[in-house]
Every structure is written in C-alpha cells, then in structure tokens.
Write a protein that binds this ligand. Sequence first.
Ligand SMILES: Nc1ncnc2c1ncn2[C@@H]1O[C@H](COP(=O)(O)OP(=O)(O)OP(=O)(O)O)[C@@H](O)[C@H]1O
Length: 763
Amino acid sequence: MTDQYASTDTTSWYQQQLDEERNYVARLYERLDTLRNEKKQQLVRIQAQGLQGSYQNQSERDSFASLYQDRINQLDAVDDRLVFGRLDTDDAVARHIGRIGLSDNQHTRILVDWRAPEAAPFYQATAANRQEVARRRHIMMSGRTVESFEDDVLTSTESAQASQALLSAVSAPRTGAMGDIVGTIQREQDEIIRDEMRGVLVVQGGPGTGKTAVALHRAAYLLYTYRDRLAKSGVLLVGPSEAFMNYIDQVLPSLGETGVVMRSLGNLYPGIEARPETDHAAAEIKGRSVMQDVITNAVMLRQRSIPETTWVTVDGIRLRVRPIQIRRAIGHARESGKPHNQAREVFVDHMVRTLYDQMRDIVSPKREDGLVNKADRSYLRQEIRQSREVRKLLNLCWMPLTPTGLVDELLSRPKYLVDAAPMLSATEIKTLLRAPGTPFTEADVPLIDEAAVAVGDLVSEAGQGSKKAQQRNLDTAEAALENMHYTLEDIGVDGVVTPEMLAAAQEPETTWASVADRAQRDRTWTYGHVIVDEAQELSHMQWRMLFRRSPLRSFTIVGDLAQASGADPSTDWGSILEPFAPNHWRLAELTVNYRTPERITQAAAQVATAAGRRVTTPTALREGDHDPELIRTTVEDLDKVLVTAVDQQFQSFPDELIGVIAVGEDYSKVHQMLEKIYPGQVWTGTGRRRDRNIALVTAQESKGLEYDAVIIVEPQHVVQQDGESVGNLYVAMTRATQTLTLITTALTNQLPAGLRDIQAKNF
Ligand SMILES: Nc1ncnc2c1ncn2[C@@H]1O[C@H](COP(=O)(O)OP(=O)(O)OP(=O)(O)O)[C@@H](O)[C@H]1O
C-alpha cells in the first residue's frame, strides 16, 4: 500500500510521522477548545445582560444566545474523531480534512471541512486521476487520540484496493445506531453526495451499498454548500419507520448538522403519529392514485342541497329556501376554486344575499329606489347570518371540515365510502371499512394530507395574525443585521447569517436553528430539498404528499426496487416518478455492498431471482467467513433451536448485535420466549436500543437496519405474510454483517425456491 513501508527504516519513519500527526491534531483540538471557550464566554456575557434594554435589544440578545449555543453544540458534536484525513499535493501542500473547517487566530486554515471543494480529492483521487494528490492519508482516531494512520500513494496501482480504514469500518461490530462514514466515503458515493441540488436525483443500489449513508451525508453537504438558500426553507429527510429514524438519528449531529427535519412516513402530517400499517391489502388500496378522486368526491359529498323546499325564520319572518337556490350557491362556491372551508365563505355569502333579497322585499316599505338604507341592509344581513335556523341549514349543506374528521368518516361510514368511491369494488370497500375513531395508520397519512389540500384550513383570524408577526420579525431582523457590531464570522458556522435565521430566533419559543422546527409544524411548508430513503416502498399517494412538500422538485431519492414489499412492486423508477417529475429526474447507481459478505449476498440474491425478481447483485466488499445456515426442526423444538442459535452467537461474539427477525404469530411467540430467557436483553425495534444485544424485529421493520448476526425464524412465513412475495425475505437476509441463520419447521418443498439449495442441518 505504501512504498515507504517497504523501506528498512519503516518503523522509525512511521513513528516519526505518527508523532507529527499527533502534534498537529493536538493543535487542532487546542483550537477547538479555544473556540468553544470563547463561545461559552460570549454566551455567559450575553445571558448576564438579562432583561435590560428595549424589546428589540432583548430579542437581538436572544438571537445571539441561540447562535452561540448552537455553535457550542456543533463544536461538542464534532469533538470525537475531529480529523480523519490528510492530502499532500504535488507541490508539497498538506491539507488536513475533518468534520468541520477550522482556522487559527491568524485566519489561516488549519482544518478543511470534508464538504469543501478542496476536500473533494480526498474521496475522488485515484491512481489514474490523481487530481494533483501525491498522497492520501487516513488518520485513525479513538476519541481525541491518533491511533494510527495509513497512506495511499497515488502513484502506486495498489491504491485501488480497499483501505484498511474502510475494511475495519465495515467489519466493526454494530451498535444498533448508524455511524457516519465521513472518513471512508468511496468515490462513487462521493459523486452522488456532491451532485448538484437541482432536480430529482434517484440513487438505485442493492442492499448495503450505502444508500442511507449517502443520503445523510448528502444532506450535510447540501446544507453546507447551499446554506443561505436552505436556511430559509430547510431540508426534509423521510424514512420508512420510527425504528429506522431512531437508527439514523445520530449521524447528522455527529457531522455537526442539526437543521434537518427527519420524519418517518407516519409522522409527516403535523400532529399525527400514525401506527405502522398492518393491513397490507387496505394499505395497497389507500396508496392508489384513484384515492385522490375518492377524497375529492368525499369533500363534494359534503356540499349538498336539500331534498325539498324548506323554511327558516329570521327575526320572526319566514323565508323560503328552495333546493335550486342552494344548488346555485354551491355551484358559485365551487367555481371559486377555493378549498372547501374557504369556498364555504362564498357559499354562505351567496345564500345570505339570496335570503336578504327575500327579506328586503318583505320588510322594506316600498320606496322609490326599492332599497332599504345602508344601515338596515347590514343589520338585516347580520341577522340572517346569525340566525340559528339559517346557520343550521347552511351547515347541513356545507359543513366546515377537518382533514382528519373527513378521513375518519370516509373510512367508517359504508354509504359515504360507497358514494365517494364508485370505482372500487365491493370487496375493496369492505377491506377499507373500519370502526369510527380507529387510530390512523401510515397509509392514512397521505389521505389526510390530500384531504387537507381539498378542505383547506378552518377559517380563523389567528393564522393571519401570526403571518403578520413573522413579517414583523423579519423586518426587525433585517434592521438588526444592519446594526450588528459583531462580525459575521464570529456568529455562525460559516459566518453566514440571514435575516430569516434571526427572524426565526425571534419567534417566541423557538431558537435560530428552528426553521426546521417550524417547518415540521406546518403542513404547507415547502422545503428547499427533500431526501427520501427506502423510496421503493412509497405508494402513489405518498409520492403526491412528498412532491407537495417541494414544488420546486428538488429531491434525492434513494432505494432499491428489488427490496420492495408486496406481490406487485414497481420494476422501474420511471413508472414511479414520471407522474411527478416527467423527464426531470436522473439516475445514479451504487455498486458495492459494504454490509453483507459475498456468501450471504449470493444466497439472498438466489432467493430473489428464484422467485423471478430482478436484482442487481452488488459486489460485496468482503467474502465473509461463514456460509448462511439453514436449520430444519419441528414446531416442538423451534424454541430450543432458536435459543441454541442465540446462545452460540453470544458465546462466540459477546459484543455483537443479534437481530432476530420473525413475523405474525411467530413474532409474538418468539418475543415471549426471548424475554423469558434473556430478560432485559431484548430490544423490540421501536425506541432507542440501550445496551441490549438482541433486537427482535419484523421483516418489514428490519428495512434499512443491520445486525452482526441475523436469525430469521420461519422464512416461509415471511414470504406468506408479504403476499407470497420474497421482497421482505430478501431484505431480512441482507441485514447481516457477519452471519445468517434461517430456522424453519417447513418441509423442503414448502420453502421458498431459492432456499431449497442451501445445505440444511436437521435438528
Ligand atoms: N464508504 C463507507 N465506509 C464505511 N462504511 C460504509 C461505507 N458505505 C457504507 N458503509 C456501511 O455499510 C452499511 C450499509 O450502509 P447503508 O445502510 O447506508 O446501505 P443501504 O444501501 O442503505 O442498505 P439497504 O438498502 O440494504 O438498507 C452501513 O453500516 C454503512 O455505515
């Protein structure tokens, strides 16, 4: 790997270089500590000023306090393994690369942020295209200590080999939380991370190719490169489940970035925490594009006329209301093109005018001009509007709606659903129906979002007020910026502070970094960029919801079509994305599996292809030491076999994480059994894993996650439960970083075809 290693002086040369690196890195930490102390002192000083001064002074102080605190948090977050690389160029310039950029007190750059253009050759230079790099050095740290280093001399052809840094990163025991890969990002990954922000970028890659890692590092890269633009609008990162979001939630903070809104599909609608979907048939129907028409119909069915002429009394005067009048008012309101709740105002105004005309004819003494005077007119209109009978009638015809109320009613009232969904069959209607008040599931969320667009917000004055307040804050912040005596460099991560950041800081109960915070509370927020992970899973309706969140269509979409659940998954990204971004997306591919060793990857691919699924099997970085193991047993002995498998794993690799994957009834039985035998050791996928060595998850939940040892209980049930599809089994098998064990009570001919060839052990 290095020519100097071959020399006789290797040891002394290496030791001398190591000492130099240690001294340099010590200097970097010294600078980091100085900066952190400065910020802490500035924070203390500003807090000590307390509540003195005008409102504007106070809010300026609060803004700066938040900025200082944010900077302190960032410096804390990057403390561990601050630096990981060094580049030496042909003209003998050395550049250290780290999690953030640092300058010394003479403003000389001493550490280059990994996202800066000068750091790009660290990831991209090859022997064939050196980009003026003579040597790339990987610096291995433990906390603040330089443990070792490894050099790539780019004049040597050997540099094409995987670095030791990469091999040790991918072979390390898993902790249950994803870590960053900033020190070992590979070239094909880096190209995607640094791709321009514009348009829709689709990243297709087999299991373990680093799609999630790339998505997260791209989020950090975009925030760094387009900070001023994204500070106003934010970045949204969407993942498949809460378990997955917990798994990845430490990566961006470890890169010093906290400004990304991270949401699972079930939590995308503010205020709703939807349950995972268990009824796959219902979920499939709810995801179809026709559901947009169903929602539109459901809203229109709540705009209805009366069956026959009726009467209302206002101020003791009886007024006649005919169906045609209501129909006309409805037509008029619909023509306004406004959402239901806003159009209701048009409807009500129209009806009030109609009733007023009648009333005027009755109450006004006939005058030459035929009009009552202005005061009478507004009094009469007010009376009509406030009359209980009129209100009741108009509500009956055009009731204000909430999106959640509409979806709940739609899915629990058979007649309503039948009327709104004439395009669905009786069986499909039956599949959708459920009891009123049933908690919402993930597949309901896009319907609620669709309904929210169709019904609009409930009309209230409050919203207008808060918009005005925001504008006021923005104006104040712009003025504040002009008046600042502080240098910009002193304040922010990169010395860039926009009026919007300061305005956000002045919002009551928010901090400056909380553009993200406000974004996730606002359904109508449009993000500067949206990143979607495990994107192969999304239904048409879920895509609609996401594209609404970025009308500029700036997306990074990562996924693997072969890992999709269900019997009839899409087989090309074009058919998924064309309705939303016609001719507007580009495809990149990842080709190396960093997680699963070759032997397991091949077995998983065999299962998928034997079932007719098209998979692009990535090249696995490691061959692996163990073949996948299939254990055949009986229903009576299943528990015993499982415990033996778990015990063996514990004994051989006590630090490793075991993932047990089971579905349906197997899951419940296995859960009970594991809890009994390993009390306090079992983590069930939801919530954060705390020092537990056994994770029990369903195949669906295992998407995106990984374990050192994977044990799949009754693989044939995983296939059955997935609508006789191998998608989830393929996913489950590719979660392993070291070993894979499948335990089954099925006869050979009941096993999925691709598993039959694995040499089985009988127990
Ligand atoms: N360049 C790299 N350096 C070190 N580790 C890497 C690198 N790329 C990926 N990995 C590791 O490989 C594993 C798989 O990565 P990741 O989960 O991002 O893959 P994925 O393509 O999203 O997988 P899947 O589709 O199967 O869920 C992770 O542990 C990740 O940290």
